[in-house]
Design a protein around this ligand. Sequence first.
Ligand code: NZQ
Ligand code: ZN
Length: 390
Amino acid sequence: MDNFQFYSPTYFEFGRGAEDKVGELLKRFGASKVLIHYGGGSVQKSGLLDKVRANLEKADIPFFELGGVKPNPRSGLVYEGIDICKKEGIDFILAVGGGSVIDSSKAIAAGACSDEDFINFYRGKAKFDKALPVGTILTIAASGSEGSGNSVINDEEIGKKKGIRGDVLRPKFSILNPEWTMTLPAYQTAAGCTDIMAHVCERYFSNTEGVEVTDRLCEALLKTILKEAPIVIENPKDYDARANIMWAGMLAHNNVCGVGRVQDWASHHIEHELSALYDVTHGAGLAVIMPAWMRYVVNINPGKLVDFARNVMEVEEAEDDMATAMRGIEKFEAFLKSIGMPLTFDEIGAKEEDIDYLTEKLLGKNKTEGNYVKLEAEDVKKIYHFAANR
Ligand code: NZQ
Ligand code: ZN
């Protein structure tokens, strides 16, 4: 096990009625003027936004609003948010929605504390060490942004998704009431579950030895999603299944499963090029890329894929380890399909003729991507081609 630091200071308020605490939590964490940031309409439709407004009014907390965050959040709206914060003296951002809303809030939070163009933080051209405090009310279990120090933004000028990470971006509090996820369409639910599994897999597929505790934690989370995802697809109002998925989504990405080991992240980075170019739902893009990645790397480094097949997918032993690993991948693909996820380029509108462009954009000046197997440009292309031609 490698040395590590672990810092995860977010306060979680979990369960039915948790959103009623929002005013109290904002006060506890020092908010005096709030920007409520939200997406394209789901929180109006569900009634959550009205509840939040009423709660802040009751708590006597002045607030401004900025809606309209799109999935794969755009840099343009972030500039608007930064302007509002600077002009109005906002000192706390409340994200009400999913990962896109939370990530957009984190970008505004960092940009509002600096004279630097915020996008330079994402382009790696400037560093940030301050951000306004952010709180979240989560409506989709997926990104894990409610407990992470990460933010991913679509840089509209260059058409590429870029991420930043910093402990100052970790939410001060996150309100998780599984009931607000019950309005999610099946496709978004399934995409969220796929993303959660991917966050675990990016950590599980590691060559670091002696990480028994995180290996077993990873397997527990993966098996939770395998069990609960079909239940909520069948019955979207199953509270306990929604609750387990919601908490798994947080645990999958606050890095409790990733400490002390080298992590991979190739599938995520390969996918981010798809969601930037075709505006694909992130989790759906991962359903296309992850199995393709598995099928490619299993021939080079099968070890952890054998564990995945045995301990997570619980396949029957085949004649040798490689065949057992393949059974695991096939069973994983069948699971993704069963919850309505795509597995091919065609299904997400991606085009084979773009593969060279996607690969160039992905690697840029870097020679390799990922760590479990270090992928060069030709390897990445093969993974994309596999997804295009399966
Ligand atoms: O915009 P609204 O109307 O709210 O609709 C959203 C959106 O269309 C809808 N939705 C959310 N909650 C709902 C709901 N619809 C009905 N009922 C509800 N309760 O779902 C759609 C997707 O929302 P989005 O926020 O985009 O989903 P998600 O949480 O999956 O976030 C995806 C973004 O997170 C990034 C992804 O790249 C992508 O941009 N990620 C962020 C990470 C992080 N910050 O740590 C890590 C992840 O790997 C990921 O890259
Ligand atoms: Zn993800």
